[in-house]
Design a protein around this ligand. Structure first.
Ligand SMILES: *Cc1c(COP(=O)(O)O)cnc(C)c1O
Length: 454
């Protein structure tokens, strides 16, 4: 094969601004609300948790935000990431479709997460913060933040969902290698964690619980702030470096995507790849269909309600209007830990309501089958999360084999799975199960979301 397999960018071609989709939307997203007054939350409501620079990025309507030089200096350790053409996968599928994937697994954490961890650590350090706290599910975000804190001389304390703390000792060790202190969540280090452990010492934890613990610690000390790895507008904006690079790389490849597919937990890698392409679509320069793929066991976009809800389980964050399964819904323990979140980013939920994106849900065994096929053709073992996007991509490519359509598909390969081999092991042993959509648990959780008058 002499045809290109990868499209790269030179250092001086790497984009130097993040893109804010809010600037180009036909309607503004609904504001976050103060949970007590139900009035729009102002900067002061977020100030105990985040530095002002990030709060301003959360609400800005500017189209672009310049990436600080100090952040670019760290990004340069691994950016630009490669755009691959999946020629061997295409050949194996016998499809006329052209499949491209933007690979974020070359970062220090092995995923897209450092794209926002680095600027978040930078802005906190610049504001005089001493320590960042956070939650982590699969361990990817904790690893990314631990690394980023090292770059800017910050301490880092991580609450890792108990189930993953026990199942993924190597992720924990990686966070420790990057200097973080790691607790299983629920933990005895917080009041909320102690209350949960008193009720059930074997509580397996959830992302929502771990967020509550990390927020509790940050809110008590002005030198400590909290960092969130997904969901919020500023996080999605930091991730748009992915799509800005991909636009340049697709141009080098001489192709324009007809379909863009990404997996969604809180929505950040999906937004990161797709939002710059949505800008081009809204400007009439291209017309890709943009599709989010979520786990059938935690389908916040396809089955959740669009309502104001808390971002955490304890109910301490401002209320955000989003697709939610209920803030105290605890998803089944699927292996794609990064997709086990009860809600969806408010901005993505809004974009979905506007009809600018579509969504589908897929079971995990189908996803792992796709991941294995991808590994055997492209030579990269994907993280469990992006196997959701790969399963949808492969299904589309097979449909093109029937119709003969030369569709151009671009997908987000947001991380590698080399610390997720225990999940692959379960799959190979035939022990992986699919979970039915838990109708009753979701209905119960939805009955407990706050009542906000329209
Ligand atoms: C965290 C994570 C996700 C889910 O988060 P998003 O904000 O939806 O991107 C998906 N894939 C990987 C590899 C992750 O680390």
């Amino acid at each position: 094969m002499s045809e290109p397999l990868r499209y790269l960018l030179n250092d001086d071609e790497v984009p130097t601004a993040w893109y804010n989709l809010v600037a180009d939307l036909p309607a503004p997203p609904p504001p976050a609300l103060h949970p007590g007054t139900l009035q729009p939350a102002g900067p002061d409501d977020f100030a105990p948790l985040f530095p002002m620079e990030l709060i301003m990025q959360e609400v800005t309507t500017d189209r672009y935000v310049d990436i600080p030089g100090e952040v670019m200096d760290v990004y340069r350790l691994w950016r630009a990431t490669p755009l691959h053409r999946a020629r061997r996968l295409e050949a194996a599928l016998g499809t006329p479709a052209r499949i491209y994937y933007k690979y974020e697994g070359t970062s220090p954490a092995g995923s897209h997460k450092p794209n926002t961890a680095v600027p978040q650590a930078y802005y906190n350090a610049a504001a005089g913060v001493r320590k960042l706290t956070t939650e982590t599910g699969a361990g990817q975000w904790g690893t990314a933040l631990a690394f980023a804190c090292q770059m800017f001389g910050l301490e880092c304390e991580v609450w890792q969902v108990r189930a993953s703390y026990d199942q993924k000792p190597y992720r924990r060790a990686m966070m420790q290698a990057f200097g973080a202190e790691v607790h299983p969540s629920p933990s005895d280090a917080t009041e909320y964690g102690r209350s949960l452990l008193a009720a059930d010492p074997d509580n397996p934890g959830s992302l929502g619980i771990a967020i509550s613990e990390a927020v509790e610690v940050a809110a008590q000390d002005p030198e400590i702030r909290y960092a969130l790895g997904s969901v919020l507008n500023h996080v999605l904006m930091h991730q748009t470096i992915i799509g800005e690079e991909a636009l340049l790389q697709m141009a080098k490849a001489g192709d324009t995507p007809d379909l863009i597919i990404g997996c969604t937990g809180g929505g950040s890698n999906f937004a990161g790849l797709s939002f710059p392409f949505l800008r081009e679509k809204l400007a009439g320069n291209m017309a890709p269909v943009v599709r989010a793929v979520e786990p059938a066991a935690c389908p916040s976009l396809t089955r959740g309600v669009y309502a104001y809800d808390f971002g955490d389980t304890a109910g301490t964050t401002p209320l955000m209007k989003m697709h939610t399964l209920g803030h105290d819904f605890i998803p089944d323990p699927i292996h794609a830990g990064g997709l086990r979140y009860h809600g969806m980013s408010p901005l993505i939920s809004h974009v979905y309501e506007l009809g600018l994106i579509e969504a589908e849900a897929i079971n995990q065994t189908d996803c792992f089958a796709a991941g294995v096929q991808f590994a055997r053709t492209e030579g990269i073992v994907p993280a469990p999360e992006p196997t959701h996007a790969l399963a949808a991509t492969i299904a589309e490519a097979l449909a093109c084999r029937e119709t003969g359509e030369e569709k151009v598909i671009l997908t987000a390969l947001c991380g590698h799975g080399m610390l997720d081999m225990a999940a692959y092991d379960r799959y190979f042993e035939g022990e992986m199960v699919d979970y039915d959509y838990p109708v009753e648990q979701v209905e119960a959780a939805l009955s407990r979301i706050p009542q906000v008058p329209a």
